[in-house]
Design a protein around this ligand. Structure first.
Ligand code: SAH
Length: 347
């Protein structure tokens, strides 16, 4: 019986209002229930105290409220928290809370496993099992917000889609989740505090630009030379840099939003002067910023963090070309919570 019931959070507010009208009730009831589901995160119909028992029973007969459960929580010595999140069908994803002095950031997953095949990323080895639903993405944020309040005495301030999965390969659900996160009926967070990070799916970047989204875009570039990028991110064969560049140009023309490039420098892979030159050239067509990320080793040593000299060469050359560059230290490494380390290791 339970299986034949629909997940109520798959319904839009309009659909929920229509349901009540069809049942001979007021459309307004739909708004009330919607608020319970999204801004009050109700896990059961019985919690909806301003809804009559009769109506709650009716809802119960038609719908379920699927929700996630934080299965286990690990705390890093640097304050980072990693959640293993169990979905209604038993699959698990991970999400991370990263506290810094001025902000607390949630790093959330968009897929179980990942559609892509980046050689340096632990999640890629899991393959993609399924896309997350909007409510499953939303719930990760709610869970982390609670932990932020509990352990750091402040609400969550930022969200990055840098957990498991490629957000632009689950485009509709990610956008629906962001809609809920930013709408006053959901969490009311500013879209300016949300970053969607992508390996670069040109068609979807253009679509996002057309829809005039308000969140920020980060692109995991790692190399601006096709030959090198295809080696470490094989899907680059299908989405070559020329197409990515054209899509990003389009993005900038439409949104006027600066692009952040995420970039790891590896020994013997992209640590030459010509790699930096290619990056500088790639950064020229739109205002951009380069975020140099520390490499988090995932195994056998095929990839190794480049030398200090190589990193300094990147920093000096980028700065000499007026390109903003930041260096991001890893967080939560001791609990496998850092970029590219999310792989459900404890499951
Ligand atoms: N699929 C999306 C989001 C998930 S990855 C994307 O590619 O952007 C989040 C970031 O972590 C990306 O910039 C990715 O390139 C980086 N990353 C992956 N594996 C890593 C590793 N082992 N060390 C450091 N960063 C890594």
């Amino acid at each position: 019986m339970k299986d034949s019931k629909k997940d109520i959070r798959a319904l839009t507010k309009e659909q929920l209002r229509d349901f009540f009208v069809k049942e001979g009730d007021k459309a307004f009831r739909g708004n009330q229930v919607y608020e319970w589901l999204w801004s009050k995160s109700a896990h059961s119909f019985d919690e909806m105290t301003n809804i009559s028992k009769e109506t709650r029973d009716k809802l119960d007969a038609h719908f379920v409220i699927n929700h996630i459960e934080v299965d286990s929580m690990q705390k890093s010595s640097d304050g980072t928290i990693k959640n293993a999140v169990k979905l209604h069908d038993g699959l698990v994803v991970e999400s991370v809370l990263i506290p810094t002095e001025n902000r607390t950031t949630a790093c959330v997953s968009s897929q179980v496993g990942c559609s892509l095949d980046c050689k340096f990323c632990a999640t890629a080895r899991l393959k993609r099992m399924r896309n997350l639903n909007p409510d499953e993405i939303f719930d990760q944020v709610v869970a982390i917000d609670k932990e932020s309040r509990l352990y750091h005495n402040k609400p969550l301030s930022n969200i990055v889609f840098m957990g498991m999965g490629e957000p632009l390969m689950n485009y509709n659900n990610v956008l629906k989740a962001i809609d809920k996160i930013t709408s006053p009926e959901g969490l009311g967070m500013s879209p300016k505090r949300i970053v969607v990070s992508t390996s670069g799916v040109p068609k979807m970047i253009k679509k996002m630009a057309d829809e005039e989204v308000k969140f920020k875009l980060a692109v995991s570039l790692h190399s601006a030379i096709d030959e090198v990028r295809s080696k470490i991110m094989p899907f680059n064969e299908n989405f070559p840099l020329k197409d990515l560049r054209e899509a990003l140009e389009y993005w900038y023309a439409k949104t006027k939003n600066r692009i952040t490039y995420e970039y790891v420098v590896w020994r013997g892979i992209n640590d030459r002067k010509k790699d930096v030159e290619a990056l500088i050239d790639f950064c020229k067509f739109a205002p951009s910023k380069v975020n140099l990320i520390e490499y988090n080793p995932i195994d056998d040593g095929e990839f190794q963090q480049a030398s200090e000299e190589a990193l300094n060469m990147y920093i000096n050359m980028l700065e000499a070309n007026n390109i903003t560059v930041t260096v991001r230290r890893s967080r939560g490494k001791d609990i496998d919570a850092a970029c590219g380390q999310l792989a459900n290791k404890n499951q």
